[in-house]
Design a protein around this ligand. Sequence first.
Ligand code: SIN
Ligand code: CO
Length: 399
Amino acid sequence: MSDWLGKDTLRRLGDLTPAQFLRDYWQQKPLFIKNAVPELAGLLDGGDLAGLALEDNVESRIVLKHPDNRWELRRGPFTQKSFKSLPARDWTLLVQAVDHYLPAAADLLERFNFLPNWRIDDLMVSYAVDGGGVGPHYDSYDVFLIQGHGTRVWKIGPEVDDKDLLPHPDLRILRKMKVTAEFVCEPGDLLYLPPRLAHWGVARGECMTYSVGFRAPSDRELLDAFCNYLVERTPELQRYGDAGSKPSAHPGSMTPAALKALRARIHALVDAPGALEDFLGRWLSEPKYGDHATEAPARRYTRATLARALLRASHACRDEGSRFLVVETSGTPALFVDGERYDLHGSQAMQALATTLADQRRPDCGPLREALADDAAAALLLHLFNSGHLYLPDGQSPE
Ligand code: SIN
Ligand code: CO
């Protein structure tokens, strides 16, 4: 496993600038780019991935296609024995959120910083033997499929939906797939697919594929989560009232005045100053896995020990499973980390720190040292280090 991919945002996607890609392809049409991320090939091997799939807290699955064309899903965690019992061909192992466990895999996400971080779901990595793949399917989200070692042949088709799926208890496989294009992906090649496009990748020999997956809340999810947020924050005693109303001519009918008053209540609750911003900051910065816990450093940092440690290190790291997000709420930005809000009180030093931390998974130590000079920014930085949301790479712990 190599340990450092570099942290530069992709400056070009083939012949395109990120701005051209976003204008002409993102969420619209597929794009194949030869040799887009060549340094990815040696990042992980099948053994590394299988090792992750043995762990209890890691989400993994194996998809097999049997000789009678039956598809089977096996859910992890796996054991050494699970791998020994697999056939010689036509299966694939898939591991979600590899970026949470391997800092070098998290670096790959940095390449996609031309897109808002909150839209990124995770990095899924698959290892397949000859003929392996998850079958013809579609995803509801955008994905960048990047080829690691070996070769995978991708077939793509038109936009499809649920009614095109084969009945299957565990897998979402298309009944049949019309093929509109085919791409032979070799190490470093990238295939971008917009949501709902039919696709099917089949391994030619052993291979590995990295999927940078995105998320986009559905209206249902948004309403469900925002309504729950509002309900939790609305006092029990706040209630509809109709003092001063006129006698009812039609007691069985709702009066326009009552309707207007209730509509106004709903609007006022939904539009309460700062509510939507606070909700979005908390909700969208929640970690992917609810049970995600950061690891506090062995010894708590003080302002002095952190200053010294930041001098020795070149960059700090965000906990790989943590989400950082800045949202402008009530005219001033606030930082949200893993669902918690940190007010920045209009302080320039705190705002600069929050922006650095939210923009970069591996922030340089220079701006962090500058933040330490300001009392409020130093308190925030110390809190984030001492709670494990930030850490310094190997050996840079407090003395
Ligand atoms: C894979 O890596 O085999 C599956 C990725 C995908 O089709 O979304
Ligand atoms: Co897919």
